[in-house]
Design a protein around this ligand. Sequence first.
Ligand code: AHR
Length: 500
Amino acid sequence: MTLKAKMTVDKEYKIGKIDDRIYGSFIEHLGRAVYEGIYEPDHPTADAQGFRQDVIELVKELKVPLVRYPGGNFLSGYNWEDGVGPVADRPRRLDLAWRTTETNQIGTNEFMDWAKKINAEVNMAVNLGTRGIDAARNLVEYCNHTSGSYWSDLRISHGYKDPHNIKTWCLGNEMDGPWQIGHKTATEYGRLAAETAKAMKWVDSSIELVACGSSNRHMPTFAEWEATVLDHTYDHVDYISLHTYYGNRDNDLGNYLAQSLDMDQFIYSVISTADYIKAKKRSKKTINLSFDEWNVWFHSNEADKKIEPWSIAPPQLEDIYTFEDALLVGSMLISMLKRADRVKIACLAQLVNVIAPIMTEKGGEAWKQSIFYPYMHASVFGRGEAIHAVVSSPKYDSKDFTDVPYLDTVVVHDEESEALTIFAVNRHQSESLLLECDFRSYEGYQVVEHIVLENADVKATNQVKRDNVVPHSNGTAKADQGALTAELSKLSWNVIRLAK
Ligand code: AHR
């Protein structure tokens, strides 16, 4: 029996303009993300500054528009002043978050240089764990003020005449988590974030600020945290953050692939909470969402317990991703695009070596994990306007979810380049789905390519020089006068590209 799913797409069903920053990523001073990841001066491909050009090339394939930096949990104990000025004078510090030693060979200026090389902006985070208003406003002055003040002139003396003009800033990281140095209650954090935001914007009124939301939807303080924090910060910030990581811990694939429904619910709840504060304040301003940490993270949990404390750049959080992980990452991207009206920033956590789409060998190769592909497809083909698809799909129940549609999908239209793209996951474990799509309002569009990521082995992984999980372009999608049909193979990620 062939399972059928139907969808209707109309050019009037606009969800909202997709902010390019939704395809952001994240580099933390953690494990081998910075050292041996993006920076390895002895590597054969290293440029004059010590950055690996093989890694830069892979990052460019992802078209990453924004990179969050420098943490993460690392942030809450970081003195940004340690990472600027002559490298030889920089202190080694204990990083209490990850129990490692930070050498500070790379800091703000070097990272800004690297971001330029990958054509990305930086989403800079200020430490609200051990530091506060003063360190934050000084960092904005150091980075964004032209000249003629102590901190801007210090930057110039460090060899950076032009200001970095960093636009997007995070006010701390996961301050609701007891694991954080300087963990705070919502009121403590809300007050500090509001006062820090004021001072930062007084230095540079053009910046945008992200307040910390909950570390995940299952935190005991979730929702109340967002309400309290926004009550204090509403007039001073622009976004509230969300973080989530999933994992197939019970080896229950149906339940695992349904976890993007948890993400849908998380997004919905944070929008509702932000809008509740908007109503309470009779405000005209709308707070948008920054999903600044999201991914699959669980494979490396056991290995990380064996890391020698205080080592330098040990292999931490080095999840090796399976094919099934790539399917969930695809669905998570779909979840965010479905709320592109409110999710304006998102950062795949992370980018290199640490729970990452790109892995490196010290002195050797850089290679692509399975999750590289859905992230790349969405970033490359998912620019424009998100379009709501009216979907009718067969459904299933799993341990934690009911009515999980086998078809997970969203559509993106780019008016300028006249490109229409359907992103779709078939969650069915044994059947293909016959997709019938009515898109007659898009006159003259034809299928250009149907990319498919599929694999007979859900646990298949890529390794150095062994690409077992790679997409192909032999999908069956065809269109005739506004009617599209496509067979979506069992357990597959699909990118159906149409153009005029
Ligand atoms: O991305 C890994 C870690 O996950 C980050 O440092 C922290 O913010 C989150 O808990």
